[in-house]
Ligand binder design. Structure first.
Ligand code: SAH
Length: 543
C-alpha cells in the first residue's frame, strides 16, 4: 500500500483513537502498522518507556503529549489519561489520536481500561498490537520462553500488584507450575516473590535471569537462582525496566546470547555529531551492539532576525520577488526559512514560479514536507556540486536566450544576481565563490555546546571512545568536558581527558584530537561507512 493511499484511508476515519504498542525499546520492533499511523496522527499520547527514536517517527506537526512518569513530574493518573483520549478524539473529529504504549497495549498496559472508556464515550478505536517485552526481551538475551524438553508453557505475571509485601499472587500454584515464569514490573518485590515461591516448594536452585532495558543498547542480563534473587538484585543494582525470567530455559541464554556477541557489544561510544546528523551513525553503531551516547557539540537555532550577507541588513520577505532561484544547503536552512516566512505572515505562495535547488536528497525531502518539489539537485551532494550545477544552468539559459527564438516564446534567461542562498552563519564561501553575484541570507546560526547535561557526564566519562567528525567537534567536546567540575579532564594537562580513544573522520579532525592527547583512529575515507568499518576493525582485531 502506498503512503498516499494509507493517508487517504485514514483521512476518512474521524476522531479515531489507535491504541498502539511501541514494542520493548528497539525502534526496529515497532510494527509497520504502528509506524504508518504515527506518521499521520494529529495527537500522540505516549508513555515513559517509548523510545525517543519512535517519537521521532511521529508526524512532525502532531501534538505530543507525555503522560509518562518523569523523574520530576508525577505520572498522569490512568483515569485522567482515559479522559484525555476522549477529549482529544472530540477535539480532532477528522484526525487520528495515537495512544502509544510500551510493549503491547493489552499486556499489563492498561489498554483495556482505555478501550472501555472510549467505548462508553462512543469514540471509535482500534488496537495495534506491539511486541511485548515479556517474550522479546528474553529473545534478545538468547532465552527462548519455551523450548522442547525444557518448558512447554510460559506464564506472564505482574510482580507489582501492590507496592508492599502483601502482593497477592497465587504462590502455591505458581510454585507447582513447570513452565517458564516471566515477571513484569517485579524487581522491587522480587526478593519477597522468590522467598514465597521457595516456601511453597519451588526449587531454590531454579535458574533465573534479570534482563534490564532489554532490546536497547543498554540491555544487561544478570543471572541468578531463586535463592540468590534478592541479594543479586541489590549487589548488581538491577533497575527498572527489567523483567525476571525463571526456569530451565534461562540456561540456554549462556549459549544463545547473540546480542552480546555483536562486534561492538559492550562498547560505549560517544557520538558528537549534531542531533539531526547523529541518528544515522548512531543507529548503525547500535545495530552492531554498541551503546551510543549522542552528545551533539553544536546546536542550531533559527534566527529571530535573519540577515543578508555581506550587507548584514535585516531580511524583507517582500524582496523574494527579486529572486528566481532559491538554493537550500541544509535541512536546518529549510526549516528556519519557512519558520521565518510563516512568522512574517507569508506562506508558500510567495514561492510560486521560482526554481528551487537543494544540495542533496535529505534537504530535498525536507522541502517536500513543505509541499515544495526541487528543480535542481546535484549528482554529488556538496556545496561545490550545487554551485557548479547552478553555474551550468545559468550558462545554458544564456545560450538559449541568445539564440533567436520564435516570436512569442518566453526567454529562459536566468540571472546570477537573482539566485538566493539560504544558509547558516557557519556555511563556507564555496557557493559564493562559484556564484559571486548571488545573495546569501543567513537564516539560522550554529552555536557550540559548551556544557554537558548533568545526567550525561558520567556516561561520557566512562565511555570507551568518542567519535569526532570535525575539528570544531573536538574543540567543543574538550571545552565542555573540561568545564565540568567532575575531575574529568584537566585544565592545563593535554592528555587526561576521558574517554582517551577517538575515532576521527578526516586528517584535520585527527590532528585536532591528537593535539589534545586523544589516541586517534582515523577512517580511510571521509565517509561514515568508512568510519564504522574502522571502528569494527579496531574492536575486533586480534590482540
Ligand atoms: N505493555 C508492556 C508492559 C508494561 S508493564 C509490554 O507488553 O511489554 C512495564 C514492565 O514491562 C516493566 O516494569 C518491565 O518489567 C517490562 N519492560 C518493558 N520494557 C522493558 C524492557 N525494554 N526491558 C525489560 N523490561 C521491560
Amino acid at each position: 500500500m502506498t503512503g498516499k493511499l494509507i493517508l487517504s484511508i485514514f483521512e476518512a476515519m474521524s476522531g479515531k483513537v489507535y491504541l498502539i504498542g511501541a514494542g520493548p525499546g528497539d525502534p526496529g520492533l515497532l510494527t509497520l502498522r504502528g509506524k504508518e499511523i504515527l506518521e499521520c496522527a494529529a495527537v500522540v499520547v505516549y508513555d515513559r518507556l517509548v523510545s525517543p527514536a519512535i517519537l521521532g517517527m511521529c508526524n512532525p506537526r502532531a501534538k505530543m503529549v507525555d503522560v509518562g512518569k518523569m523523574p520530576t513530574h508525577h505520572k498522569v493518573k490512568q483515569s485522567e489519561i482515559n479522559k484525555l483520549l476522549v477529549q482529544f478524539a472530540i477535539e480532532n473529529p477528522s484526525g487520528i489520536v495515537a495512544r502509544l504504549k510500551g510493549g503491547d497495549p493489552f499486556v499489563f498496559g492498561r489498554g483495556g481500561e482505555e478501550a472501555l472508556e472510549l467505548v462508553s464515550a462512543g469514540v471509535e478505536f482500534e488496537v495495534v498490537p506491539g511486541i511485548t517485552s515479556a517474550i522479546s526481551v528474553p529473545a534478545y538475551a538468547g532465552i527462548p520462553v519455551s523450548h522442547r524438553g525444557i518448558a512447554t508453557s510460559f506464564h506472564i505475571i505482574t510482580g507489582h500488584e501492590k507496592d508492599n509485601a502483601e502482593i497477592s499472587l497465587d504462590f502455591e500454584n505458581l510454585a507447582k507450575c513447570q513452565g517458564t515464569l516471566i515477571f513484569l514490573m517485579g524487581i522491587a518485590n522480587m526478593d519477597f516473590i522468590a522467598k514465597r515461591l521457595i516456601e511453597c516448594g519451588k526449587d531454590p536452585k531454579t535458574p533465573l535471569a534479570f534482563i534490564e532495558k532489554g532490546t536497547t543498547p543498554y540491555q544487561r542480563t544478570v543471572m541468578a537462582t531463586l535463592e540468590t534473587a534478592g541479594e543479586t538484585i541489590a549487589r548488581e543494582n538491577v533497575t527498572a525496566p527489567a523483567i525476571t525470567i525463571m526456569g530451565g530455559v534461562v540456561e540456554l541464554g549462556k549459549t544463545l546470547a547473540w546480542k552480546k556477541n555483536l562486534p561492538l557489544s559492550g562498547k560505549r561510544l560517544v557520538v558528537t555529531r549534531a542531533a539531526k546528523q547523529a541518528s544515522g551513525i548512531s543507529a548503525r553503531l547500535g545495530a552492531l551492539g554498541a551503546e551510543v551516547i549522542e552528545t551533539p557539540m553544536i546546536e542550531t537555532h533559527t534566527l529571530d532576525c535573519p540577515y543578508v550577507i555581506p550587507a548584514k541588513a535585516g531580511i524583507s520577505f517582500e524582496s523574494l520577488a527579486n529572486f528566481d532561484i532559491l538554493a537550500f544547503t541544509s535541512t536546518n536552512g529549510v526549516e528556519s526559512f519557512f519558520k521565518q516566512l510563516f512568522a512574517a505572515g507569508y506562506d508558500v505562495r510567495v514561492l510560486a514560479g521560482k526554481k528551487i535547488a537543494s544540495v542533496g536528497r535529505i534537504t530535498e525531502k525536507k522541502l517536500l514536507e513543505y509541499g515544495i518539489r526541487c528543480d535542481y539537485v546535484p549528482e554529488d551532494h556538496t556545496g561545490e556540486g550545487l554551485g557548479k550545477l547552478l553555474r551550468c544552468i545559468l550558462d545554458e539559459s544564456d545560450l538559449t536566450s541568445s539564440l533567436s527564438l520564435p516570436k512569442g516564446t518566453a526567454s529562459t534567461s536566468l540571472d546570477e544576481s537573482r539566485i538566493l542562498l539560504l544558509q547558516g552563519n557557519l556555511a563556507d564561501d564555496t557557493l559564493l565563490k562559484i556564484l559571486p553575484k548571488a545573495t546569501r541570507w543567513i537564516v539560522y546560526e550554529t552555536l557550540p555546546v559548551t556544557e554537558l547535561p548533568e545526567w550525561k557526564r558520567e556516561s561520557v566519562a566512562s565511555a570507551d571512545a568518542v567519535v569526532f567528525a570535525s575539528t570544531s567537534a573536538v574543540e567543543n567536546f574538550v571545552q565542555a568536558v573540561r568545564s565540568q567540575e567532575t575531575g574529568v579532564g584537566s585544565v592545563s594537562g593535554a592528555c587526561n581527558l576521558k574517554p582517551e580513544t577517538s575515532f576521527c573522520i578526516g586528517r584535520m579532525t585527527e590532528a585536532s584530537a591528537k593535539k589534545y592527547g586523544f589516541e586517534t583512529v582515523t577512517s580511510d575515507e571521509t565517509t561514515m561507512d568508512s568510519l564504522v568499518k574502522k571502528i569494527v576493525e579496531y574492536y575486533t582485531k586480534e590482540p
